[in-house]
Design a binder for this molecule. Structure first.
Ligand code: C2E
Ligand code: CA
Ligand code: CA
Length: 591
């Protein structure tokens, strides 16, 4: 074979090899470049050639890798953007690195470069192969996911309304503070803070107004807490605060509590309404009261409930007996629900007597809880809780239905129970379906509207008279009587009293206890009687226990009386017996 033939065969083989190699790298979808140690591109696959198009490349026949990847006229260097090829040239080892490239439109792309050294048959370094995978999109997705995760994380630990920590984060931080306090032998105090009248605010002004109140309260708290204290909103109107910062002395806690109560003295002005918020606070301390975060918080909660019992707007330190109470309360709340389902509530009836004639004029339905193991439970023990939890709506309806059925049965038998007085929680009046429900119940039980009287407590009605007026009118239009319960204990505006369709005032028991000895009470009762008379309302005195009280009332013009003096509340069966006796003998004094 001639040299010429040999050469041409050599070139043919080289050509075939090159062609073969090209088709292999073209099959790779990421840009691949073979680069020599002078940054000259020896070979590119199709994907890499795409980025050649718009570039300013000095010599298009001999492009440099940095011209193609970076639109630069010199290789990458420096700490910020080091040349990854250099490293491979030095170490002769493959690497994978993140690197920034510019695309054909000059936009920055993040690429993952895999660079491997190439050597000839004698292991002599002859260049590099660079595979560039564009991961810009992946990174964007990852960042988005991370952001989303951060947001979710934040939301999982914060209260969206106030931006404060939530219970989870609070308990977590409390746990950390306890650990720290254990090491430094210091104390941690937990304050459980409950707004006293928030429920009423929410019920009267609506939820979005309530939200504004919570935000305003939060701002006041934040203005006084120290950097090291943690404030959290852990429930509707419940906040918790943690005081650590190497706390040695619980006197510091009292100072803070006083300050919190102090800043509430100024009214809040929200949507032109000016209102006051008071706080009930419970305090527990590490290590005295508990060594674990959630128990410490629970104990502060129990102490807060004691503050409520003490008449609100006050604070209490936790004591051990509170745990028992708190437990009782939880048991009560759960069983209250169950009792409703099991219809364990029964109605007792207390006679209302005209003291002049000694005739029965009516009776008040008073609920009792017939508990499986605890026996008869007085409403004083559970009405408040039922109101707090909203269970009062269903409870009142059960009582209303049972009492209406009973009264209908008495009338059907030819007995005369007089007017049936029913207690109504304010929440009941606020139910949208109250009027249709009431009408349906009257129908269903065979009751007559004129046999009924609904009692609403003064304090509750006067808190939001405008709102109550419409419903009261509708009730009155049905022919049902309306009475204001516990009259004298709230602050009635006479202007409203005139506008409300009220038929009767019930003089509260508290004014009668010391009558006729206490001058002030005597004056109050006389004033209430005069007020009712001048407003053309009827009246009844409740809680009358003695003949002196009765005589005083009679002398002063109030003849209707409800009280132990005549009769205690009694079960329906007993009332039936009495009504029958009375009807048979015609006797007035059956009670
Ligand atoms: P109230 O409406 O003021 O009911 C009068 C309370 O005074 C009753 O207590 C009654 O047993 C008691 N009482 C009557 N006469 C005398 C007396 O001479 N001396 C003394 N010391 N007490 C007397 P009770 O039955 O324990 O009810 C307490 C409160 O629970 C009621 O006060 C009422 O506010 C609420 N309540 C009772 N039943 C219901 C109900 O069905 N629904 C609602 N929402 N509240 C109810
Ligand atoms: Ca009542
Ligand atoms: Ca009352």
């Amino acid at each position: 074979m001639s040299i010429k033939d040999k050469l041409s065969e050599h070139f043919e083989i080289e050509d075939a090899c090159r062609h073969y190699l090209e088709s292999v790298i073209d099959g790779i979808s990421d840009p691949v470049m073979i680069i020599d140690d002078g940054y000259n591109i020896q070979l590119m696959n199709e994907a890499a050639q795409k980025s050649l198009e718009h570039h300013l490349i000095a010599d298009i026949e001999h492009p440099k890798c940095y011209e193609v990847s970076h639109h630069r006229s010199v290789p990458c260097d420096g700490l910020k953007h080091p040349c990854p090829l250099k490293k491979v040239m030095e170490t002769k080892k493959s690497i994978s690195v993140m690197h920034d490239h510019l695309d054909s439109e000059g936009k920055a792309r993040s690429v993952e470069l895999t660079i491997s050294p190439l050597s000839d048959r004698d292991e002599k370094f002859i260049g590099l192969m660079e595979v560039a995978r564009d991961i810009t999109h992946d990174i964007e997705i990852k960042e988005k996911l991370k952001k989303q995760k951060d947001i979710t994380q934040y939301q999982a630990h914060h209260d969206t309304l106030t931006g404060l920590s939530n219970r989870t984060l609070f308990v977590d931080r409390l746990g950390q503070s306890i650990k720290k306090a254990y090491r430094s032998e210091s104390k941690v105090a937990v304050l459980f803070i409950d707004l006293d009248n928030f429920k009423e605010i929410n019920d009267s002004f609506g939820h979005s107004f309530g939200d504004e109140v919570l935000k305003a309260v939060t701002r006041r708290f934040l203005a006084i807490i120290r950097r090291t204290d943690t404030l959290a909103r852990i429930g509707g109107d419940e906040f918790a605060m943690m005081i650590d910062d190497e706390l040695k002395d619980s006197a510091v806690v009292i100072d803070i509590v006083h300050e919190m109560m102090q800043i509430m003295r100024e009214p809040f002005v929200i949507e032109h309404h000016s209102l006051y918020v008071t706080l009930s606070i419970g305090i527990s301390l590490y290590p005295e009261d508990a060594a674990v975060a959630d128990i410490l918080l629970k104990n502060a909660d129990a102490a807060m409930h004691r503050s409520k019992e003490e008449g609100r707007n006050t604070y209490q330190f936790y004591t051990e007996d509170m745990t028992e109470k708190a437990f009782e309360r939880i048991v009560m709340e759960t069983s209250l629900r169950e009792a409703l389902d099991a219809e364990e509530f029964i109605v007792h009836y207390q006679p209302q007597i005209n003291a002049e004639t000694e005739m029965l004029v009516g009776m008040e339905a008073l609920v009792r809880w017939e508990h499986k193991s605890m026996g008869l439970i007085s409403p004083a023990k559970f009405i408040h809780l039922a109101e707090e939890t909203g269970l009062i709506v269903d409870l009142d309806r059960q009582v209303m239905r049972a009492a209406m059925r009973q009264v209908s049965a008495w009338y059907a038998e030819g007995l005369d129970p007089g007017i049936l007085a029913l207690n109504l929680a304010m929440k009941q009046l606020q139910q949208e379906d109250f009027i249709p429900m009431l009408e349906a119940m009257i129908q269903e039980t065979g009751c007559k509207a004129k046999w009924l009287e609904l009692e609403v407590t003064e304090g509750k009605i006067m808190k939001r008279p405008e709102q109550a007026i419409e419903t009261l009118r509708k009730i009155s239009d049905l022919g049902i009587l309306l009475a204001i319960d516990d009259f004298g204990t709230g602050y009635s505006s006479l202007a409203y009293l005139k506008r409300l369709p009220i038929d009767k005032l019930k003089i509260d028991r508290s004014f009668l206890i010391d009558v006729p000895h206490d001058e002030d009470d005597v004056a109050i009762v006389r004033a209430v009687i005069a007020l009712a008379t001048s407003m053309n309302m009827s009246m009844i005195a409740e809680g009358v226990e003695t003949a002196q009280q009765r005589d005083f009332l009679l002398q002063n013009g109030c003849s209707d009386i409800q009280g132990y003096f005549y009769a205690r509340p009694m079960p329906a069966e007993k009332m039936t017996t009495l009504l029958r006796e009375r009807s048979a003998t015609g006797s007035k004094r059956s009670f």
